[in-house]
Design a protein around this ligand. Structure first.
Ligand code: 5GP
Length: 192
């Protein structure tokens, strides 16, 4: 998505060879015009799919998801991170490893909000090693819901996530794919 590439080129920071920071439009401050454009792009991509719910992860998946949920007129559910205090039978939960924080955490989701009648699109801000996405897929499976699609705003294609998720038989739609962040230079998959 060219608009998103322009934002990344203009506002993205590269603190090291593996991490892209986009705090000024997605991860801290949120650019609402851009969020709407991301949502329109997801809507167009998934236009042939049956969708009853958008599933994402707090915090940074919520903004693009809410705009998409609004356009599709379906609810957005976000999985919460951690809190062992509410690991009871009313919640689905799964443990994932955080790429950015290098810690394990639990993703939890109330059983009230996803069930076997749901056709779910999973949306997240970044894909790195695919841990968050694979965790979401485990939870959707446990709920006996149907996966209608996976939408990622920024995929770091030099990491393992896409491969691991595709090996499980799922397609991923990423709005931009980053080939490399080496030497503080952002290179996209479809450019030299
Ligand atoms: P994964 O689970 O695919 O390894 O990592 C994806 C999650 O880690 C995303 O939900 C995102 O919050 C975070 N993440 C991974 N890489 C980056 C990055 O380069 N920049 C930012 N801002 N977040 C990242």
């Amino acid at each position: 998505m060219e608009l998103l590439k322009d934002y990344i080129r203009k506002y993205g920071n590269v603190p090291n060879d593996n991490v892209l920071k986009v705090d000024s439009f997605l991860n801290h401050q949120i650019d609402t015009n851009l969020m709407m454009e991301l949502a329109k792009d997801f809507k167009e991509h998934f236009k042939d799919k049956k969708i009853t719910k958008i599933l994402t992860i707090e915090t940074s998946g919520i903004a693009p998801s809410v705009f998409l949920g609004y356009l599709l007129n379906v609810p957005v559910v976000f999985m919460k991170k951690n809190s062992s205090a509410i690991l009871d039978q009313n919640f689905y939960h799964t443990t994932v490893h955080s790429f950015t924080k290098n810690i394990d955490y639990d993703l939890i989701l109330s059983k009230k909000y996803i069930n076997e009648d749901d056709h779910v699109i999973f949306i997240d801000d970044f894909m790195a090693n695919g841990e968050a996405c694979l965790g979401a897929l485990r939870i959707i499976k446990e709920a006996n819901a149907h996966v209608s699609g996976i939408g990622i705003v920024i995929e770091k294609s030099f990491q393992n996530g896409r491969k691991l998720v595709e090996e499980k038989g799922y397609d991923i739609y990423s709005q931009v794919r980053i080939k490399s962040l080496r030497k503080e230079t952002i290179t996209f998959v479809d450019e030299k």
